[in-house]
Design a protein around this ligand. Sequence first.
Ligand code: 3H9
Length: 698
Amino acid sequence: MAVVDTQRQGEIVIIRMDNPPVNALGHALRLGLEKAFGEANADAGVAAIVLTGTGRFFSAGADITEFKGEMKEPHLPQLIDKIEAGSKPVVAAINGTALGGGLELALGCHYRVAAKDVRQLGLPEIKLGIIPGAGGTQRLPRAVGIEQALQMITSGVFIDAKKAVATGLIDSVADGDVVATAIAFAKQQIGKEPRRIGEKRIDKASIPADLFDKARASIGRHPSGPIAPKCAIDAVEAATQVPLAEGNARERKLFREAAASPYARALQYAFFAERQAANLPGIAPDAKLRDINTVGILGAGTMGTGIALAFLNGGFPVTIVETTQEALDRGVDRIKDTLSANAKRGRITESQAADRFAKLTPSLQMDDLEKSDLVIEAVFENMALKKEVFQKLDKIAKRGAILATNTSTLDVDEIAAVTKRPQDVVGMHFFSPANIMRLLEIVRAEKTANDVMATAMGIAKRIGKVGVQAGVCDGFVGNRMLAAYGNEVQAMTLEGAMPREIDGALEAWGMAMGPLAVSDLAGLDVGYRIRKERKLTGEAAQFARVPDKIVEMGRHGQKTGAGYYKYDASRKRINDPEIEALIRSEAQALQIKQRHIPAEEIVERCLLRLANEGAKIVEEGIALRASDCDVMYLNGYGFPAWRGGPMWQVDNVIGMRNAAEKIKGYAATYGARWKIASLIERLAAENGTFAGVDVKKK
Ligand code: 3H9
């Protein structure tokens, strides 16, 4: 199938890229473009050229799958240089998304016109751990100015057509057909010397003297890790110092440096792992989904209101039900306040905030959920209550409605069993704050129908979440792994690592927040209640002593101004000698000899407990694939994407054999909690990796 199509309209040639799904600039497309431009330039009857894409995409950039091997000629930078050097005017008719190499290609064209509804224009390479490598760091600053370009390249942010015209990235916005507008634009340029951005000189006087130093100083904890942001700044600075050809050569060198880093590999893995998670074996990608147009939410507490906001932001009408007027009002106020705060911060417009709020119907009657296509229960985490709610919902909800529970721990099979339609019941585990956190753990119960799973997955995407399937077990995937991680953290505190050392080591490694600081943020009383209900024994009871005592001291975390740490009025965390003394005295009472635990050991033990539990979860079929465990950790638990995730770390940094040996070593010292997953033992013996485990042959 031709990936490039050419059409002639009088003196104009229209070159159309047609390489589904996103017009990635893979080898075939580059060859096609080289040929089409070569022919158009050689044809004396052609006076100007229009370059466009298909469907929703101009081009999403380089084909990321090609980065693993040696790229074949023609290379994108040279192709773009040739297009820019051509003597016939070239107009990019940006019909849709133009990202990375796609936008670099448009920047190589002499003029750019974009359709009015284009929303994704940008250079997001930084999110893949690389930098623009096809002239983007040299041409974008020449088009939009250094400061704007630096901001776009170091953040990877997308801008829309309206903003693009204001910054100078594009020449005009087409109200109607973008190709027709581009043709008209091209006709006006015939016979004139094309405008080449690459030839433009940057006015150094207009650049603040400390711009690049400030940018370097602000990299800090950048979401793309330590290398790509630095390379991006160096490359943009080159645009202010040397002509295009030399700048391109510097960009190339810096691109290679960033691309060779493990962080780039981790981020690219994360990109594909996230998309892979949506792939449910046995369900065709085009399976018929249930129609979901209206959503009902039961419970207007923190979770219920967060979920309501997620759906309102996704454009859904939402009915929210509570049992008392007071609780309902509180929830509705919270939703209204969040929407207006978002409008004040400029994240949405005032009218968007008003439209979204207008789509909310508060109610005290569960019967009002009868018209909802999807009902999500977000009531208190208690099995008896959830069963009662589902029995009622079974009577109220219309036929074919999806009934979802937001439980984070309870058995979804048991909940489904109280209804006459267990095939329609699914777990939709949101993470707090549900309107912000990207992860949605979709729990497949024994009888959940395929189309319900596929629909839930589709819904996740529609509301901007990353859906990941999990099976039923205590804690499902994410929180079961978290329990192992938290357990090791408690073990290490008793062994002598103070909260500041544990959180400090993990934060320095890249975690958004250390585990004890997270507990303080989430509230220590929740875990306390669960521990008391579970009546812990043995080692688990020992590890509960410090957190239980902290709660019993009235320290419930940030909300009470103290937990593992003390907090000042601005919620700044302050080390507390009282807690360190408590930890020491509990260790003494348990006759645990304390020692200094080095930061590397803290990180290693946390990672290996996470990965070992993840491996057990994969071998039990609770997670479909190891990469799903990583996707959960990257999107719901503050694990840095540039570290790939705990499973990726074992495959790519620690090594499977090494991990197996270390786990066995810790098991010899610490006993049963370090029991090695049989999957790790097998893979270590076979010299295998988690990535190589077949989904069906687990
Ligand atoms: C670059 O350009 C480097 C240059 O500077 C220098 C070169 C020398 N490549 O996300 P979706 C696949 S780096 C290969 O579900 P959406 C994706 O895996 C690139 N494949 O759709 C999925 O496949 P599958 C800079 C790609 O509508 C399918 O397309 N560009 C690429 O929700 C649909 O994707 C970027 O970083 C690609 N570049 O979102 C943009 N892009 O169906 C990366 C997508 O098998 N892409 N696929 O799972 C995106 O951000 C989103 O995909 C996009 C569409 C917004 C475009």
